[in-house]
Design a protein. Sequence first.
Length: 310
Amino acid sequence: MTPLYILSGPTAVGKTEISIKLAKKLNAEIISADSIQVYRHMDIGSAKILPEEMQGVRHHLIDILEPTEPFDVAEFVKLGKAAVKEIVGRGKIPLIVGGTGFYLHALIYDNDFSDGAKDSAYREALEREAADPYNDLYERLKTVDPASYEAIPKGNMKRVIRALEFYHVTGKRISDHNREEREKKSPYDLNFYVLTLPRPLLYDRINSRVDMMTEKGLFEETERLISLGVKQEMTSMQGLGYKQAYLYFKGLYTKEEAIDAIKKETRHFAKRQLTWFRKEKEAVFIDKSLFDGDEEIVRFIYEKGGQNEG
């Protein structure tokens, strides 16, 4: 079986630094599992790794789309599988890095998205409803699919609409479909690691990161995106930070309120990420606070994976 390494964890836990060290140790190339880092011009709000920080490690699925283009999990799986094949073909190890648990799971378990459960007219009608800030789509989801209602953030209208569309077409809940997909076995030799920190430390890191992003120019970056034609309903604008900054420019937040909302929503997101990863049967959790630095964590992963020195 093809060996596949995954380094994940909640936002702001510190995946990037460790991923570079681990990639060098494994002789690996990195596949980004991030739904926003695929977009060009979206660097600050996505905490995108800079070219000079890559230290020569090749990265995939970063800066491949314009922010006006759509992107979803099916496209990620297609591109991710192609990247895995390419990396293995060069005699290297694929290392997937990111915190988008739904994307990670779909790739490593080769989930099927060819279900045909699509109705473009119905979806477009829902999208028009979603443009009304007083729409009731989220509450409608609670009626037809309570599990999805609990799992999907209120602001993620794209996923809400997809769940409603799936139910409309199939009469089945997308949460049940996703559960069945989760029960599949992976075609890869998985080495799945989730970085964690005690909650107070993680939340402090999140708050500090948001402050740093603001200082680096998150709002200015969002303003440039708006000038490029990026709209509120586009996939790129669903990213934490950008979504709240966009509302600031629409006059719905003061800047201070937007910053507070980013911190609050990011903390909630981190909690949901950890809830998702706890359901991953192959995942090994690594509490960073119990290790003496990144090198010790890399050594632990390397030895547990049984890789030979590259």
